[in-house]
Write a protein that binds this ligand. Structure first.
Ligand code: SDX
Length: 425
């Protein structure tokens, strides 16, 4: 515990308020402002640019250095040497599993990949062209109806079962949603396949044929899930924590996280990147769109660029770009026009003063959409893939909060409304 202090003096008062300064293992110190409310003062930080909402041991980001650590392990090392389920275990438990624990965790996941038939029934209530994210929010929330009575959020074993169920069922739900949208029969998971193979089989397999999944694409999908697994206190994770702080069912909390992720400023950006690349359409129009992105009077932003925290390359986008090269080459579409436009757009933006001054670099969403499109996943499913990948992160933060003392999240405000006035009688 550091004895560093911060001092705040308030205009019109002789008082000097001393506030503790707390130190993390790495990263910025934080000023503990909890005592301010007893002095009748709030802090003000819309968008939480300067606010640490919690303490956590799961993920660390150094935005200036472009560093992302999961339980201390750099994301590029995990992408090179680990796999998605092992990273799920790491996020949840805090340590890499030994071989026995990894196998036990994998087997436990495999036992929960099926989705209750009643949940599958709900699917038929949606039009085939319903946005997949709307359907995923609904089906994940419906799991809350199914498991509501078999869960004590204060019981670590119950929380572990909820984590297993959610990680296990997300690929099945995602594939069900896709099959419903194209009018094909829903595929059951096959437990002899790996997690990513199973996902691709349920997405693109048909009952008339046995599984036939490319190992290159399965590896690429596994790394894409891994790169999306967690990212500190981002908007959707903060939504899950806030919902969880009321004691709500984890399935309801994850459904709220999926809803928050949908926005184009957050997880919806991967879908928006593809829409933007299609709108640009040709390398000759790139400068026109760069100019639009720089025009203050034009709401257009270069989707897939910029980040609240990274003021350097998003380390995930570097790995994603490498996968992009590999997948497009494996599929023989390395001259994909959208990929060419993306590479040229990245080069031009990184040399442009507007982007350099604002430290706007490609983020995780910039290349993921191109890979997913090349694999054959429709644009409308891109954010569903992001939600699938992010599930272990959401549930790890939910679990971390509930594993210790916590309070219901309830921010205050700066009131700018009318002073008290009487109703005209
Ligand atoms: C994700 O938080 C996370 O960790 C999220 C995420 C995760 O894993 O959970 O990493 C996933 O959400 C990645 C981000 C995906 N979103 C996009 O790619 C959408 C495009 N990017 C922007 O909307 C924006 O960059 C944000 C929302 C990502 C960040 O916005 P900030 O931090 O609030 O920054 P800002 O809006 O205050 O912008 C600062 C300046 C502004 O210009 P000035 O007013 O200073 O002149 O940069 C400009 C902005 O206009 N700017 C952009 C831009 N992003 C910011 N200009 C053009 N194109 C852009 N993409």
């Amino acid at each position: 515990m550091s004895d560093k202090k911060a001092r705040v003096s308030l205009a019109g008062s002789q008082d000097v308020i001393e506030l503790p300064v707390l130190e993390g293992t790495i990263g910025p110190d934080v000023i503990d402002v909890r005592s301010l409310v007893s002095k009748g003062v709030f802090t003000y930080d819309p968008g939480f640019m300067s606010t640490a909402s919690t303490e956590s041991s799961i993920t660390y980001i150094d935005g200036d250095a472009g560093v992302l650590l999961h339980r201390g392990y750099p994301i590029d090392q995990l992408a090179d040497h680990s796999d998605y389920l092992e990273t799920c275990y790491l996020l949840l438990k805090g340590e890499l599993p030994d071989a026995a624990n990894k196998q036990a965790f994998t087997d436990e996941i495999k036992r929960h990949t099926m989705v209750d038939a009643q949940i599958a029934q709900l699917l038929n209530g949606f039009q085939r062209n319903a946005h997949p994210m709307a359907v995923l929010i609904s089906l994940t929330g419906a799991l809350a109806a199914l498991y509501h009575d078999s869960l004590d959020v204060d019981d670590a074993e119950h929380r572990h079962l909820a984590a297993i169920r959610l990680i296990a069922k997300m690929p099945t739900l995602a594939a069900m949603i896709y099959k419903h949208s194209i009018g094909q029969p829903v595929m059951s998971p096959i437990n002899s396949l790996t997690y990513a193979e199973n996902f691709l089989h349920m997405m693109f397999g048909v009952p008339a044929e046995g599984p036939n999944v490319s190992s290159v694409l399965a590896k690429a999908v596994d790394v894409i899930f891994l790169l999306h697994a967690d990212h500190e206190q981002n908007a959707s994770t903060s939504t899950v924590r806030l919902a969880g702080s009321t004691g709500a069912n984890p399935y309801a909390c994850i459904s709220s996280g999926i809803a928050a992720l949908w926005g184009p400023a957050h997880g919806g950006a991967n879908e928006a990147v593809l829409k933007m690349l299609n709108e640009i359409g040709d390398e000759s129009r790139i400068e026109e769109f760069i100019a639009k992105a720089k025009d203050k009077d034009d709401p257009f932003r270069l989707m897939g660029f910029g980040h609240r925290v990274y003021k350097n390359f998003d380390p995930r986008s570097k790995v994603m770009r490498k996968i992009c090269d590999e997948v497009l080459a494996d599929l023989g579409v390395e001259n994909d026009p959208l990929f060419r436009i993306a590479r040229r757009l990245e080069k031009i933006a990184l040399e442009d003063q507007y982007f350099i001054e604002r430290k706007l670099y490609p983020n995780v969403d910039f290349y993921s959409g191109i890979i997913l499109k090349a694999i054959g996943i429709p644009t409308s499913m891109f954010t569903v893939i992001f939600a699938l990948g992010r599930t272990p992160g959401w549930i790890s933060h939910w679990n971390e909060m509930l594993s210790g003392p916590y309070k219901i999240g309830r921010p205050r405000q700066l009131y700018r409304g009318s002073p008290k006035r009487d109703y005209p009688v």
